[in-house]
Design a protein around this ligand. Sequence first.
Ligand code: C6P
Length: 403
Amino acid sequence: MFPIDKIRADFPILNRKVHGKPLVYFDNGATSQTPQAVIDAIVDYYSNYNANIHRGVHTLSQEATDKYEEARIKIQKHFNAKKAYEIILTAGTTESVNIVASGFSSLLKKGDEVIVSALEHHSNIVPWQMMCEKNGAVLRVIPMDDKGALQMNVFDDLLNENTKIVFCNHVSNALGTINPIEEIIEKAHKVGAYVLIDGAQACPHIKPDVQALDVDFYVASAHKICGPTGVGLLYGKEELLQLLPPYQGGGEMIETVTFEKTTYAGLPHKFEAGTPNICGGIAFGAAIDYMNNIGFDAIATQENELLAYGTEKLQEIDGLRIYGTAKKTAVISFNIEGIHPYDIGSILDKLGIAVRTGHHCAQPIMDFYKIPGTVRASFAFYNTKEEIDVLVAGVKKAKMMLS
Ligand code: C6P
């Protein structure tokens, strides 16, 4: 039995009311909620050993450095990276993608090709478009089908000896589709291309093994995995992180500096210029511990039950269409015929229910379905079927009020 009551008690925010109603938090795709263990790690840092890291000889600085590097090792183990220095701590998925895309600006040339999937978040489209504008590389797109799955036969046709990088999300944020990344990685490697996988939406549900996947780069954000905002990771194979130039110049990323020439520090510091989000990194480690203590198999079982129940109940509502019916995580993106998603979201908010409405930073998906956006209910392991009943009743009420 999944210990749902015990788990919910770990999240103080789940006790609050919104507009006088108990909070039903179904916006986990935007950011997850924070358990007490992670809040405690943040309070402990600022209460007891707040100091800059890698710089001071004093005790506080050494304690903070040790905890920060311990967190890096927790993250390394979680993702099964070979070396701790293959884990670069960044501000989040967006920054991680930008580090790689900007690095490839000088490594790719006119005529090179890069492939992106039609299911991407803007943070995995725009940085690569910016890169292509600089070096003349060409952006190709793996199209999607009506179910929200990638058309893998077209991917086969797109791949050729000019393909240099393929980037794809592990899980789509707008629809929840789980993409066949193993197949993408294997096929891309056969033509000598590198692969970057955006794991922002996968990591709350799946524990990725970067060595088993043989992926070149894997990126994610802590705030979607019960951690704080403003911190995330860039995993890269050692030889590729060596190949990429630094992203930002500043303190901590250098070996020697003179006015004539600067030499750069080794990994991971080469990509970690300036004072990092020290507390965030440490709390990211605490979040990884928290999730692993529950266990990703238990998380998947609980979330799959919620997905099946929510899909069944919402589908009973006349005029409701669910977008994305391929193999997916616990996300239900839907619209009701003739009603704008924003209006449904606003009424749900008045009932204490938090969902996201709009294009979800994935406009090409909305263009594909010829819609302005959807209502997205994204579930986490701490949600319940009773909360889904509240959502279903809320959607019915919204439909009645807006029809
Ligand atoms: N998606 C959502 O509501 P950052 O903002 O850097 O932590 O993550 C960006 C990002 C990248 N890739 C995917 C697949 C994502 O889902 C996100 C963030 C949130 O869907 C906020 S837009």
